[in-house]
Ligand binder design. Structure first.
Ligand code: DNO
Length: 363
């Protein structure tokens, strides 16, 4: 397991590279060019500048999250080919600077979705919260207005620029079914995966968050069966998944340990976090500790150890602690605590395996 930490860039993040460097066992940042609109080719100068900055701080740039997919690709419009060509050029450049994994998602219109960014918990910390009945009953335009009003730094995927075309987007998706989305993702993979493979890159699709359709928009990356179908669309090590325990964990029917065992060699990137799921379908993002939420983080880390996971991992969203002002879900403190918990579980699993081996050898 190679530990990384998501970083939004100088001037765009409250956390410095020097701080990240001091978290035990972190070897790289998970980065993106956050000012590049989806569909545009990334300029090499910007990629090189980011690389030099990270390397000067002693951190690698092996993982990109995300190179976003233009809506025309998800919609399957004829104009998609231009955006797919741009995507290929970007992948070639990323391959040249040594990027190994590119995370992306195929969610129509919205990326991740929450109803509250600072829900107060019993201990006084705050966390990201999803209230199911509110989503079921709210007009998406009103939700976007509220989110943008209350957030100092926008959430990734919720940039005002992207959401300014909301009306047109809803109209465009009106007749798009889940099967259409499957067909459109297949078309994208057929074009992209050979280029990724040639450039030493593993593509890693992120699950939909939450893993069910919202506002009548189709969502397909939601379950073990659907990931199986997705991986079969293009049977190449470069066609992989970002296994996000928090996104998938919002649906208690998802068995993440089973997914790790089934998809082991197709998981180049793991997002590890916990959520507490309530009976009414609400969920809140808790600390990483197993007992604090509904997701078996201890079982998940052990499963990664058992399958010999050598991919990249990062702690995912944390709570906001100790008065920290930061991007929603992306503070320093709780994610650093999360990393130490993940290492603790990993090291314990490694020790148990070594002890068992020694015992066997002694018999
Ligand atoms: C939220 C993130 C997502 C993720 C994208 C991947 O915090 O996990 O925004 O980066 O869905 O493309």
């Amino acid at each position: 397991m190679r530990m990384t930490f998501r970083w939004f860039g100088t001037g765009n993040d409250t956390i410095s590279l020097a701080q990240i460097r001091q978290i035990p066992g972190v070897e790289g940042i998970v980065w993106s060019l956050h000012d590049m609109p989806a569909g545009e080719e990334w300029p090499m100068e910007k990629i090189l500048a980011l690389r030099d900055e990270a390397h000067a701080a002693g951190l690698n740039i092996d993982v990109v999250e995300s190179v976003n997919i233009h809506e025309d690709i998800k919609l399957g419009l004829p104009s998609r080919d231009v955006y797919i060509e741009n995507y290929k050029r970007t992948l070639e450049k990323l391959g040249q600077v040594g990027v190994k994994v590119v995370c992306y998602n195929f969610m129509p219109v919205f990326d991740w979705l929450r109803t509250e960014l600072h829900k107060e918990m019993e201990d006084g910390s705050t966390a990201l919260f999803y209230e199911k009945s509110r989503i079921d009953n709210i007009d998406p335009f009103e939700l976007v207005r509220q989110i943008n009003e209350n957030s100092e730094l926008t959430m990734p995927g919720w940039e005002p620029e992207r959401l300014s075309h909301l009306t047109a987007l809803f109209e465009a998706y009106k007749d798009v079914t889940q099967e259409d989305l499957w067909e459109n993702v297949r078309y994208f993979l057929d074009e992209i995966i050979p280029v990724a493979a040639r450039n030493g890159i593993k593509m890693a699709i992120h699950p939909d968050d939450p893993p069910w359709p919202i506002f009548g928009l189709p969502r397909i990356m939601t379950s073990q069966a659907n990931f199986r179908r997705f991986l079969a669309l293009h049977d190449s090590p470069s066609n992989g998944i970002t296994l996000c325990s928090g996104s998938l964990g919002a649906n208690p029917a998802n068995d993440i340990v089973s997914m790790i065992h089934e998809f082991a060699d197709r998981i180049p990137f793991a997002h590890i976090r916990n959520v507490r799921v309530y009976e009414n379908g609400d969920f809140i993002e808790t600390s990483h500790r197993t007992q604090d939420g509904s997701v078996d983080i201890a079982g998940i880390v052990k499963a990664y150890h058992d399958v010999g996971f050598t991919g990249y991992a990062r702690p995912d969203h944390g709570r906001h602690l100790w008065g920290e002002v930061c991007r929603p879900g992306y503070g320093l403190y709780d994610r650093a605590l999360g990393i130490m918990y993940l290492w603790g579980l990993w090291d314990a699993a490694a020790r148990a395996a070594a002890d068992a081996k020694a015992k066997e050898a002694a018999v």
